[in-house]
Write a protein that binds this ligand. Structure first.
Ligand code: GLU
Length: 405
């Protein structure tokens, strides 16, 4: 699952999207691409396997015009990391980018091929483009066609779509993969995380699972899975442009190692009462003295942080602690104790396996406490209590300051 950026603006879209893809590079990817609507309303795209430098070379040789566009960094799940399989995928009058996996793509593909549609990639994502174009061809307007398409998809996705002859229109959808709307001045953005949007817009709405949205230069209309218009909170994000650069360090890991004192200081400040100079945790939605067991769940470095937490919780609080990797626990169904507490740890608050565990343990009646660096993330919204770390953006894949915080 990699990165998405979409723009409806009044400036050339390609450089804006390309820079956003650069900021998403930290997530890892194997190929990349951009599609825009040129002045005459036609969709044009450039793609390249490998690093963004390859895409940059292609764009220099043959630039893309237009102020409406979408871009993608791909982490292949279906099909080799080639230029043909790179996103955006185009079919007829539409182009799309997709993060995630369309589980029922084979059935949809067979249905569309039976209607005479020809597929040229090995991806699951191309199905989305053909399905959407199929509805457009039937005479539906873009919004209607997008809604019909989303209704047919199973699996995890964040999608952005553009439509031939519809300059200034961008449609996005989210289900199990993050997508956020950025509000600019006379321009609007879609991004798979707030870092993609950071220098472009500091007012951001996170779509909820099942939400989809229509963006024009003037603003956003957000719909839920039933197609009703919904309001999603617009949050002001405090990331400053400097925080997402390397600040003169050779690489992000070196920079982030040096940010430890600030990260730890800010995090401790959050849970310290300045008057009494004592730790002051927020009110717990349960009686900690009666908690029979804490189940810690996380992935990767957050899991290692949880292992440290287990020692402390057991030795200091004398509460039995279970710890598990989210991708394992998610597919087991262990019995949970009455009044048990689930403690989930995630830097982004969007880790798919950890979010899956959150939901299943919530169903199993556990109180949900999350330790997150991004408090307004999906996990933050679905938790009973959020303990925020204030580590700031962590770009390095190997976590350092977020681990310590
Ligand atoms: N499943 C899609 C593909 O393999 C999207 C992968 C991604 O999230 O980057 O092309």
């Amino acid at each position: 699952m990699c990165g998405i950026c979409g723009v409806v603006g009044h400036r050339p879209a390609t450089p804006i999207i390309f820079e956003a893809l650069r900021r998403l590079e930290y997530r890892g990817y194997d190929s990349a691409g951009i599609a825009t609507l040129s002045e005459n309303g036609v969709i044009d795209r450039r793609r390249a396997a490998g690093k963004l430098d390859n895409l940059e070379t292609v764009l220099k040789q043959s630039p893309l015009s237009g102020s409406t566009g979408i871009g993608h960094t791909r982490w292949a799940t279906h099909g080799a990391p080639t230029e043909t399989n790179a996103h955006p995928h185009a079919a007829g009058q539409v182009a799309i980018v997709h993060n995630g996996i369309i589980e029922n793509f084979a059935a949809l593909k067979a249905e569309l091929e039976a209607k005479g549609r020809r597929f040229v990639t090995e991806t699951d994502s191309e199905t989305v483009a053909h399905l959407l174009d199929n509805y457009i061809e039937q005479g539906m307007a873009p919004r209607e066609a997008a809604f019909a398409t989303i209704g047919r998809l199973e699996g995890a996705y964040a999608i952005a779509m553009i439509f031939q002859n519809h300059d200034g229109l961008l449609i996005g959808a989210r289900h199990g993969a993050p997508l956020a709307v950025g509000y600019g001045e006379g321009e609007m953005f879609l991004g798979s995380d707030s870092l993609a949007l950071a220098p472009l817009a500091n007012r951001i709405s996170y779509l909820e699972d099942g939400d989809w949205c229509e963006l024009t230069r003037e603003g956003a209309t957000i719909f839920n899975a039933k197609g009703d218009t919904v309001q999603r909170q617009i949050q002001t994000i405090a990331f400053m442009a400097g925080q997402v650069g390397k600040d003169g360090y050779r690489h992000y890991m070196e920079k982030e190692l040096h940010e430890h004192p600030v990260a730890i200081g800010q995090t401790l400040q959050r849970i310290t009462d300045p008057a009494s100079k004592r730790i002051a945790l927020p009110d717990m939605p349960f009686d900690i003295a009666k908690v029979p067991r804490i189940t810690i769940t996380a992935c990767g470095s957050a899991f290692y942080a949880g292992m440290v937490g287990r020692y402390w919780l057991e030795s200091l609080a004398r509460i039995p602690v279970e710890i598990d990797v989210a991708s394992e626990l998610r597919y087991r169904d262990p019995p949970q104790p009455d009044r048990g507490v689930a403690l989930l740890i995630s830097q982004s608050g969007e880790t798919a396996d950890t979010l899956g565990v959150l939901r299943s343990l919530k169903k199993a009646g556990q109180s949900i406490v999350s330790v997150l660096n991004v408090e307004h993330s999906t996990m933050g919204r679905e938790s009973d209590l959020v303990l925020g770390m204030v580590a700031g953006p962590e770009i390095s894949v190997a976590s350092t300051k977020a681990f310590t915080a």
